[in-house]
Ligand binder design. Sequence first.
Ligand code: ATP
Length: 436
Amino acid sequence: MPATDLDQIVNLCKRRGFVYPSAEIYGGFRSSYDYGPLGSLMLRHVKDAWIRSMVQRRDDVVLIDAAILGPPAIWEASGHLATFTDPLVDCKVCRSRFREDDLPDPDVCPSCGAKGSFTEARAFNLMFKTYAGPVEGAGAEVYLRPETAQGMFVNFANVLQTSRKKPPFGIAQVGKSFRNEITPGNFIFRTREFEQMEMEYFVPPEDAPKWFEYWCAERFAWYVEHGIPADMLRLRPHEEDELSHYSAGTSDVEFHFPWGWGELEGIAQRTDFDLTAHAKHSGEKLEYFDQASGRRYVPYVVEPAAGANRTLAAFLLAAYDEDEVGGEARTVLRLHPRLAPYQVAVLPLSRKETLLPRAREVHRLLSEWWMVDFDDTQSIGRRYRRQDEVGTPYCVTVDFETLDDQAVTIRERDTTEQVRLPLDALVGELSDRLGL
Ligand code: ATP
C-alpha cells in the first residue's frame, strides 16, 4: 500500500540520504532542501526519464538550456512583472501571513482563530530580484527566472533557424526556477527553489485544441508508465477564474498526496500570447513562414509544465510499501527501475580477501551500464533489506562458489525470488529484466 502519511517518506528520505533539510548545521533554512547521495541520483533519473520521453523518443522536440538570470525586459514582455503575484494577507492579531486564496475560510485566521482580523490583500510579486555587476540599483536589476518557459520563447527564432524544425514542433528545457512563495511547505512539494521540466509545443493556431488533448493524454500516461497507479492520479480542468494570464485553457495532472489532491503538472494552451508579446517588446519577428503554402503565422503554444521535485515526492509516496518477508517486516520502495537511485547492488557474501576482488570486478562490469551500489557491511539479510528500502530492483550476490563455478545469484526486490546464473550471462539477464 502506498504511504498514507507524509512522515513515512520524510523520515525515510532523511534516514537513507534522499533529502536533507538545507543548512541543517545552522538550524535549517526554512523550506529548502538538499538532495543527498540517493536523492540526487533519483532526481536525475526523474529528469532523464522526462527527457527520454519528451525528446529522445521523438523527432519533433529539441532540448535547450537557457540562462537563469534575465533582464527585466523578458519579464515585462511575459507579463510576470505586472501579474505574477499572489494575494497576500496579514493577521492583525498574530501577524501570521497567508495567501488569501489558500485560506479555508477567508474570515478566520488558521493560526490564532481570530475572526475578521486580516488586512486588505496586497499583490505580492513572486519573482526574486537581484543585481548584476558591482553597482546595486536602477539599471542593474535582474530576475531569477520563475519558470523555464520564457527561455524557449526568447530562443524561438534561434531554434527555428538552427534546428530546421517546423510546426508542430517543441522546445524542451529542464532546470531550476525560483519563486518567493508566501507559504512554502509540505516537504518538497512547494519550495522557493525547484526544478521544472517544461516543453513549449508550437502548432498552427487551428490545431491547438487537438494538440492540447494529445498532450493531456500523453502526460497522464507518463506518470502511469513510471509506476503511479492511475487511481492516484486525475486530470483536472481549471475553472475560468483560476487561469493564468496567458492561458486559454489549462488542465492539471494531480496526484493524491496524503493531504489531498495536489498539482504535479499543468498543461496549458498559451495561444500566441508569449511570441506576440516578445515580438512587440523586442521588435524581432517571431513567426513561422510556411514555404509550401506561402502562409505566415504566429504559432500557438501548448505547454506541458511539470515539477521534478514534486514528481519525485509522488513517485516515492506511490512506491512506498510495507510487507513481510520470512516473518520479518520490511519497508520496500517499489520504484520503476528507471527511477530508482541504483538499478543494481553488488553484495559479496563475506569480506574475505578471496571474495572481495571478484565482487569488485562484478561491480566494475555492471557499472558500465547502470548505477550500481556496492555493499559489504553487515549480514546479507540486512543488506537485502537496506536495498529494498531504497528501491534497488536487483541485488547480485557473489559467494564462495562463484570462485569455482563463475556464477552469481540475482535477487529480485518485489518478489525476493533468487536465481543463479553464469557471470557471462549477467549483463544480458539484468538488461532484459530491467527493460530500460
Ligand atoms: P501551484 O498552483 O502549485 O503554485 P503553479 O500552477 O503555479 O503551481 P506552474 O506555474 O504551472 O505551477 O508550474 C509548473 C510546475 O512547476 C507545477 O506543476 C509544479 O510541479 C512545479 N512548481 C511550481 N511551483 C513550485 C514550487 N514552489 N515548488 C515546487 N514545484 C513547483
